[in-house]
Design a protein around this ligand. Structure first.
Ligand code: 13P
Length: 279
């Protein structure tokens, strides 16, 4: 008889999506300030906490042009960099596109796929999102797939239908073995950049639904996939999400542009990570 499988403890991820912000000088100054907080904070840890935090993840998604210049500082501080988007093509006559393998070449280890701003402003369909996720995983990157309903869809009672469609289309070609390089973010469109963060109870319900669909698609490997919340997260409301057992962190837009605020949120994430892994 197979022994019962141990509950898998997922790492906490605190991620910054800078969107179309930060000059090279601003990004370097942000990094210097954030890393100074980080070094001081980490220096105060016990050896046991420092060991447990080796699996805690800090991610930054800057514009593509900033990945290479930030790479060395990020590597030394154990911050992982990622692209906000990649091309659905691999190579060829696609003016203006940047391929997943090219962003990996300059130091990205992650890529976002299916952000609602890409879907809404640039008209990306679920099929395009699926192609992009395939490119990301083929290039050896970690992919973070974003899903979420609009206000209209929520008000029409279609949230679950929309989440199921977004997940099943995007994950169609994904093998269970890819689960270790996959992450999800639930970002209700009406909460993104609006200052109107979603109620944690609503997020808990959506996250439980997403976890269920993910398990239908990937089987037991779904347990490896971290699920983040995004949408008007700030240092005051973050903990309300981090305490939800269905969630494994947050993807932060506007509030991540202030290195002091981002540090406050990283500290909360680290504390929740420690609580998860201690004992
Ligand atoms: P805000 O935190 O600015 O609402 O943005 C969230 C987001 O889109 C992260 O990807």
């Amino acid at each position: 008889m197979k022994p019962p499988s141990q509950p898998f403890r997922r790492s906490v991820h605190i991620a910054a999506n800078w969107k179309l912000n930060q000059s090279r000088a601003e990004a370097a100054a942000w990094m210097r300030e954030f890393v100074a907080h980080l070094r001081q904070g980490w220096d105060e840890l016990s050896p046991e906490s420092a060991r447990l935090l080796q699996t805690f993840r800090i991610l930054i998604f800057p514009t593509l042009t900033l990945i290479e210049p930030l790479q060395e500082m990020a590597r030394r501080a154990r911050i992982e960099l990622g692209a906000q988007d990649v091309s659905r093509f691999e190579r060829g006559a696609y003016t203006g596109e940047v391929a997943a393998w090219q962003v990996r070449e300059v130091g990205a280890v992650w890529a976002l796929v299916g952000h609602s701003e890409r879907r809404r402003i640039f008209g990306e369909s679920d099929e395009v999102v699926a192609e992009k996720l395939g490119r990301v995983l083929d290039a050896g990157l970690r992919g973070m797939l974003l899903v979420g309903e609009t206000l209209k869809e929520r008000e029409a009672g279609r949230t679950e239908e929309v989440l199921r469609r977004q997940l099943s289309t995007a994950l169609e070609g994904v093998e269970p073995a890819d689960a270790i390089r996959l992450a999800l973010a639930y970002e209700p469109v009406w909460a993104v950049g609006t200052g109107r963060n979603a109620d944690p109870e609503l997020v808990r319900e959506a996250a439980a639904f997403i976890r269920g669909v993910l398990e239908e698609i990937l089987g037991e490997d779904a347990r490896f996939v971290p699920l983040l919340y995004g949408g008007s997260v700030n240092p005051e409301n973050l903990l309300g999400y981090l305490v939800l057992e269905q969630l494994d962190g947050a993807l932060i837009g506007g509030a991540s542009l202030d290195p002091g605020d981002f540090w406050e949120m990283v500290k909360l994430g680290a504390a929740v990570h420690l609580r998860r892994f201690q004992g």
